[in-house]
Design a protein around this ligand. Sequence first.
Ligand code: AP5
Length: 211
Amino acid sequence: MIIVLFGKPGAGKGTQAPLLAAALGVPTLATGDELRAAIRAGTPLGLEAKAFMDRGDLVPDSVILGIIKHALSEPRAANGVLLDGVVRTVPQAEGLDQVCKELGRKVDAVLCFDIDDEEIVRRLASRTVCEVCQSPYTGREPGSTCDKEGGKLVRRKDDEPEAIRNRLAVYERQTAPVLNWYREHGTRVAVIDAVGSVQDVTARALGALAG
Ligand code: AP5
């Protein structure tokens, strides 16, 4: 089972991914988390990605496709994987399709978390994330402690107002067309109302997958 979690920055993909993964019994792959880990480790991948991410621009497709190919080939992904914010351009959708064909697999569904820009700005302006496990929090001050890993909560550089505006523009220009690509290629796209309690959104997503 390969499920693509899709939606604007701040739509709640990172919040929903572990909940859906636990319910479905599959691991997650979040390219944003992979890239931030590479930046912290100071690897060549991290050095290449950092400037793009700080501005809110997309990291080049070639980098992302390398991450996708590696992750899907790992034994832990044999029974399925939830792709969190992984497919953000049509070339990435095409590349993922190619990797899936090589592995005899396919994308089963795309869950698109739907939310308006005003709510996104509100959410991201008050977000902090654990610097160890990346878990997002709302309304917790930087410097407080993560409930899960005990790491320090920090603000993301791309949650500054200018970077948020750029990320939303990049989404409209480069990422939104991916939904039609999937529809045209016969993959099920379910649009999930992403406003409401976290539990309600999880239930909507699981309902859409079961339906
Ligand atoms: P990434 O880390 O994936 O960022 P994003 O897509 O911009 O998504 P966010 O993490 O900002 O939001 P989210 O949808 O996960 O929402 P969250 O659950 O945190 O990517 C960062 C960067 O890496 C990109 O800009 C790009 O540079 C690069 N990158 C990554 N993948 C790439 C790719 N495939 N191609 C190219 N470049 C790539 O929730 C947001 C807030 O809302 C949190 O505070 C949360 O607590 C809160 N919240 C969540 N759900 C609810 C709810 N139901 N009600 C109220 N509050 C809620």
